[in-house]
Design a protein around this ligand. Structure first.
Ligand code: ZN
Length: 321
């Protein structure tokens, strides 16, 4: 692997993220792959901002291995496990500082290990591309439908219309509309006028079908963006645009055991029973009914059977158009 990061180096190069970021005792680092083939669009993909979001780390490692320079027009940079200290311990947060990487952007090169990683991304990787694709998943705690959401600014290379077109090219059922958070990777990108898309999908145990969905979506979007040959985008978007604010969350009103009554992605009406919470004590077996707080689609469901009072069971996204 190469030691000096040079995003303009022709062809395909692998770097070790560890030494690029600085000494982090106890972890070995991870690959950073950079593929250049002439002029064209440029994209940075990273996974594992949350180390327990495993799907992206598998899919992006596969893509870094599979994509050949001749498949690319422009530049593709891939960091499968950008938060490698967390990934190597199988945890959501860094073992060094307990920080949530998606709340420390733009980072600090003199800060904690997590802040250093974020600073490397914003300082060295963001300036080398016109689009960030930050791939997440549900992690240990929740399962999430495959969906995307994105951000751009009037001076970003990828404008509003192109961004929407790209998000629809994923071929997913859901494009989410959310308020950005400044301290996330996408939030920091927006501050730098870099367009970004965050990808969601999966969680809990790994399922082959979810890995295939994630890889298929990424390949279609990269093809539509013009940076990768291959998988054509679907002819027409068949999904829905949804909002996913706190008004769509449903939580346990007492401790108990969750039985999801609808499938992830299911369309629900207001007051439809979306889950039952069975008692964990007493002689009365009658469960409490949890109803959809708003009409829409179930976007997230907890992976936990036991929930405490106030704990999230799921959320419903309402259609926006
Ligand atoms: Zn995440």
């Amino acid at each position: 692997m190469l030691a000096e990061f040079d995003p303009s180096r022709p062809g395909k190069a692998f770097y070790d993220l560890g030494p690029l970021v600085g000494p982090l005792d106890g972890v070995s680092g991870d690959v950073l792959c950079c593929i250049n083939n002439g002029q064209g669009p440029s994209v940075l993909l990273f996974g594992g901002v949350h180390g327990d979001e495993y799907e992206a780390q598998i899919v992006l490692r596969r893509l870094a291995d599979a994509i050949r320079p001749e498949d690319v027009t422009g530049r593709v940079i891939i960091a499968p496990s950008i938060n490698f200290p967390a990934s190597e311990t199988g945890k959501r947060l860094s073992p060094f500082d307990g920080q949530n990487m998606n709340r420390v952007f733009p980072g600090n090169p003199q800060g904690t290990p997590t802040e250093k990683l974020a600073a490397f991304a914003t300082g060295s990787l963001f300036p080398a591309v016109d689009l960030l694709i930050d791939v997440h998943a549900g992690g240990r705690d929740v399962s999430v439908v495959p969906m995307v959401f994105g951000f751009t600014t009037p001076t970003s290379k990828v404008g509003e219309a192109a961004l929407t077109d790209l998000m629809e090219a994923w071929g997913y059922d859901f494009v989410q509309h959310v308020e950005g958070i400044r301290e996330t990777a996408c939030g920091a990108a927006k501050e730098m006028n870099l367009a970004s898309i965050e990808v969601e999908g999966g969680g809990g145990r790994l399922k082959t079908s979810e890995l295939e969905t994630m890889e298929g979506g990424l390949r279609r979007a990269l093809a539509r963006y013009g940076v990768l040959a291959g998988a054509p985008a679907p002819a027409r978007f068949r999904g829905v645009h949804v909002t996913a604010g706190p008004e769509g969350q449903y939580v346990a009103d007492a401790p108990g055991l969750v039985e999801h009554r609808v499938a992830l992605g299911a369309q629900v009406g207001a007051d439809d029973v979306v889950a039952l919470v069975h008692p964990v004590a007493g002689a009365d077996p009658a469960p409490r009914s949890i109803r959809a707080p708003t009409p829409g689609y179930v976007l997230r469901q907890t992976e936990h059977a036991y929930v405490a009072r106030g704990q999230l069971i799921g959320n419903v996204g309402a259609p926006v158009r």
